[in-house]
Design a protein around this ligand. Structure first.
Ligand code: ATP
Length: 136
């Protein structure tokens, strides 16, 4: 039963990133990573920065770095609405390093004008991109 396909759609504000029949999707829930297979109960989950992995029927696997978003499961239809989603090969490593260093510097300064929550979120997104790209 668990290798039966179901519909998976990944969208960002800019585009539909993926729309396939899949046998599995795993996602970085804010309370921990989880996997959805055929027949999963209805679910609405917030996602944090991490890795979204979709295994298509037939074996093709798609891996994305995401900054977070929401994932809904209903009637064997999964929609992941993500702030951002980059394929591993599309991650701009130098950009992510620059974003990481900028955010770390902002946090280090303890400046009252710096929005620390925003800087921390940017730091996590950048570190996640680097981790998924396999660099640091
Ligand atoms: P930056 O400060 O470099 O813009 P960010 O974390 O603030 O990084 P986001 O707001 O998460 O960026 O994403 C904005 C857009 O830029 C999204 O479309 C995202 O996919 C893309 N993006 C951001 N960083 C990278 C990167 N290192 N490589 C590829 N695409 C990226």
């Amino acid at each position: 039963m668990f290798d039966r396909p179901f519909a998976v759609e990944i969208i960002t504000p800019e585009q539909t990133v993926l729309k396939v029949q899949a046998v599995s999707i795993s996602a970085p829930g804010v309370q921990g990573g989880f996997q959805v297979l055929y027949g999963h109960a209805p679910l609405l989950s917030s996602l944090g920065p991490g890795k979204v992995q979709v295994q298509e029927e037939g074996g093709v696997t798609h891996v994305y770095a995401t900054g977070g978003g929401f994932l809904e499961v209903r009637d064997n239809h999964v929609i992941a609405m993500l702030d951002s989603a980059e394929r591993v090969e599309d991650i701009d490593v130098e950009r992510a390093r620059a974003a990481r260093d900028r955010a770390a510097e902002r946090l280090r300064k303890h400046d009252a004008h710096v929005d620390a929550v925003r800087a921390e979120a940017a730091l996590h997104r950048a570190i996640n991109r680097l981790r998924i790209a396999g660099v640091s």
